[in-house]
Design a protein around this ligand. Structure first.
Ligand code: AMP
Ligand code: ZN
Length: 137
């Protein structure tokens, strides 16, 4: 299986690396939403968030926080988006989990907010029950 982010993690493909440790690596997105747009990935291949082994979750979250802080400070950003597209339907194009960190400015006019839906009566409860039935705690 060839995966571009595995190749970046193994240093077989060049990337503008921000930081790394044993479990994670962070590098600049090659096609940024805003300059400084940074990605954080586990070095081990997991296709999406649900697939990530628990032992990577803490380090991944720590890495996202460290990167978000550095990106914000470096660019004097007024805010930042942290997001991850999981699955083709959600817009994922590289199937190795990655968190996006995008520095934001009130003047940048980037639109991340979708049109929102409204629940009809009782519908919210039905959805909550469906989800609760699938919980593996
Ligand atoms: P997504 O569409 O959410 O799966 O995000 C994939 C991201 O990876 C996109 O924002 C791409 O610009 C970025 N990307 C793809 N190839 C590379 C690469 N070689 N180096 C850095 N970023 C990349
Ligand atoms: Zn991979």
């Amino acid at each position: 299986m060839s995966c571009i982010f595995c190749e970046i993690a193994r240093k077989n493909i060049k990337a503008e690396i921000i930081f790394e440790n044993e479990k994670i690596i962070s590098f600049l997105d090659i096609n940024p939403v805003n300059f400084g747009h940074t990605l954080v990935i586990p070095k081990k291949h997991f296709a999406d968030f649900i697939s990530i082994e628990d032992e990577y979750l803490l380090e991944l979250n720590r890495g996202i926080k460290i990167a978000a802080k550095a990106v914000t400070m470096a660019l004097k950003a007024e805010g930042y988006n942290i997001f991850s597209n999981n699955g083709l339907a959600a817009g994922q194009s590289v199937f190795h989990f990655h968190a996006h960190i995008v520095p934001r400015f009130s003047s940048d006019h980037i639109k991340f907010k979708p049109e929102l839906k409204i629940y009809s009566e009782n519908e919210m409860k039905i959805y909550a029950e469906k989800i609760k039935n699938e919980l593996i705690l």
